[in-house]
Unconditional design. Structure first.
Lengths: 276, 353
């Protein structure tokens, strides 16, 4: 009897031990699996801060707002230029990884060289470390973003009139020029917007004039500063040699001028120093 | 021995509290700005300094100070003398005469929507870097209120009402000029104008006339008025960029404006873009009040521009004197501009003495 009890007890113990073992084994497996997963996540999904630093030059010579209000730049067409205001919009910074996946940051930044605002921009979203085959951004807004209402840009009076389709300037570049022919002074308002025809209640849009700027591959290993360079001279150079004697003011409703700006803008931006 | 020490300490504390009027546990009642929908939908929130939150008592004190001639040396003029509610908190003369009858050199700036001046540069030349600091200046300016803050603070301390009003507003029985200007700034931040005909049009509550509608198009058309680059748009209901421009008033710059403040010659002749709200009440116009009518202002931009080294590149067609508006466009532009005036603002009982 006693033995039986013992046997029974032994059976119960074995039963319990088996159950415990199974439970323990599953638990360990589960814990190991979880641990392994979280370690994997930590290994592959370290996120870091990216900061975009916008610098400006005139064919390689650094331009800051201390260079404004002086006739000290000469464009391809021979006009001497004084820069008085330069601000522009970038949006949708996009990282493309080696698998071809893209991480698009639905954000925008108004760079204002005139007062030094927006020259260093850190998107709130952190980026996973790793190799990226391309980092890009949109100059201006794509049409979808351009149809939204942005209180920061409204507050900065960066709007485009509804008669031209509304939305926002892509760039406001104002200054003065001395004519290459008679040295007479004139104003210019090189304002880039979405090209529009038939200004009024129902404008039409001949082609998109926002564009994507590809900065190329960047390997991100830690918090990263990415310099984006704007060569201001390029706005007047390539492929259209810009003649300020002809195209100076009232360029917003001039869709042909807008398309030329779009074309010239393709070679304006480049990747500068990347530091981590 | 120990017990007698405690009794003595309690007595000291009791006497200390009795001597101070500062209320234990008392706090002024917060009074958040009532932000119009048309502002909250379109522009970033107002600037309220962390060290000067809006309170019911602070605003009431500020209003009392704003209308009180006690702030001037000979107690003849108050802030409201040159910033009259009926004139959009401006003056109806080109420049204003101060307590001694001496006229200044600048037109009295209208006061409204000041909390949305994000860069916090106030006055025509941007010399005042906050609303509080701005309020310090006229009191001690010899051709304005011709007083000094020491005298004003003494008078406030001796006044039958003000010590109690300061205590309620700031929980302090120490009246200072800093607290006085904080109160004035609180009141000024409540001066919000957002109920013009055009505001109601934007809210779908009222229609524009065909003339006003064309005037808006002139305003927004880069090939005609091109006013929007400096003066806002339906998306920026402040109707100013709060930035400084040389708008082509003179060939020779005699009043340096912002240039005298920054010391930068490229700022010479630049003055703040005023808001276009309430133009019906704020004549005369420009920093020196040189234009007595809106027609003169429009004519200036149409054919009266004068070149100078710092003229803003947004001033177009300089060789023709301006953008050459047609008589019809001028009339319609004026009609549109007047639709930005807000009678409920100048008649708001909260803003009257």
């Amino acid at each position: 009897m006693k033995k039986k009890i013992y046997l029974q007890n032994k059976t119960v113990k074995n039963y319990i031990n088996k159950r415990l073992f199974t439970l323990l084994a599953f638990s360990i497996l589960f814990i190991v699996a979880c641990t392994s997963d979280s370690e994997n996540i930590q290994n592959t999904d370290v996120t870091v801060l990216t900061t975009f630093n916008f610098t400006h030059d005139w064919d390689g010579a650094l331009v800051t707002n201390s260079d404004f209000n002086n006739f000290q730049f000469t464009n391809q067409n021979g006009e001497t230029i004084s820069i008085e205001r330069l601000r522009y919009l970038i949006s949708d910074i996009t990282f493309t990884n080696t698998d071809g996946e893209t991480i698009e940051l639905d954000t925008h930044n108004l760079v204002d060289l005139t007062n030094g605002n927006g020259l260093n921009f850190s998107p709130e979203t952190k980026i996973s470390t790793g190799n990226y085959t391309n980092v890009s951004f949109t100059f201006g807004f794509d049409n979808e973003d351009n149809s939204e209402n942005y209180i920061d840009l409204n507050s900065a009076s960066f709007n485009v009139p509804d008669m031209l389709g509304g939305g926002y300037h892509y760039m406001q570049f104002d200054g003065k020029y001395l004519s290459s022919t008679n040295n007479e002074e004139g104003n210019f308002n090189y304002h880039a917007i979405r090209a529009a025809d038939n200004p009024g209640p129902n404008p039409t849009f001949p082609q998109d004039t926002f564009f994507t700027v590809d900065l190329g591959p960047i390997n991100i290993t830690s918090d990263t500063n990415i310099e984006i360079k704007m060569n201001i001279a390029e706005w007047f150079k390539n492929p259209n040699q810009w003649d300020l004697n002809v195209l100076n003011t009232v360029l917003m409703p001039n869709s042909a001028a807008q398309i030329m700006m779009f074309q010239n803008g393709q070679s304006v931006f480049s990747l500068g120093t990347v530091s981590q | 021995m120990m017990r007698s020490k405690l009794v003595f300490l309690n007595l000291i504390l009791l006497v200390s509290f009795s001597c101070s009027n500062e209320g234990v546990g008392y706090e002024p009642v917060p009074a958040a700005l009532e932000i119009p929908l048309i502002f909250s939908d379109n522009i970033i929130p107002p600037v309220i300094p962390n060290d000067n939150p809006q309170t019911v008592e602070g605003i009431a004190l500020g209003k009392r100070l704003f209308f009180d001639p006690l702030l001037s040396g000979n107690e003849t003029i108050s802030c409201a003398t040159c910033h009259s509610p009926q004139n959009g908190f401006s003056d109806n003369t080109p420049t204003s005469d101060g307590a001694q009858g001496v006229f200044g050199t600048r037109n009295s700036m209208p006061l409204f929507n000041l909390a949305w001046n994000y860069d916090e540069r106030f006055a025509w030349d941007g010399k005042e870097l906050s609303l509080e600091r701005q309020a310090l200046e006229p009191v001690q300016n010899p051709i304005e209120m011709h007083s000094n803050w020491d005298d004003v603070v003494t008078k406030l301390n001796q006044h039958p009402d003000y010590p109690e009003l300061f205590l309620r507003a700031f929980n302090s029985d120490n009246i200072t000029k800093e607290l006085a200007v904080k109160a004035i700034a609180q009141f000024e931040r409540t001066l919000i104008s957002a109920n013009s005909k055009f505001d109601r049009f934007l809210l779908g509550q009222e229609a524009l006339t065909p003339e006003e509608e064309n005037g808006l198009n002139v305003f927004m058309d880069e090939a005609r008025g091109d006013c929007f680059h400096c003066h806002g748009s339906p998306n920026n209901p402040l109707w100013t960029d709060n930035i400084f421009h040389n708008n082509g008033l003179d060939n020779e710059i005699t009043d340096l404006g912002l240039g005298a403040v920054t010391g930068d010659p490229s700022d010479n002749g630049k003055f703040k873009s005023p808001s276009l709200r309430n133009l019906a009440y704020t004549a005369p116009y420009m920093h020196d009040g040189r234009f007595s009518t809106l027609d003169e202002v429009i004519n200036h931009y149409s054919e009266g521009l004068k070149s100078s080294p710092t003229i803003d590149p947004l001033m177009k067609s300089l060789d023709q004197g301006g953008v050459q508006l047609t008589p019809q466009d001028k009339a319609d532009l004026k009609a549109f501009l007047l639709s930005l005036s807000d009678p409920s603002f100048i008649n708001n009982p909260e803003f009257q003495n």
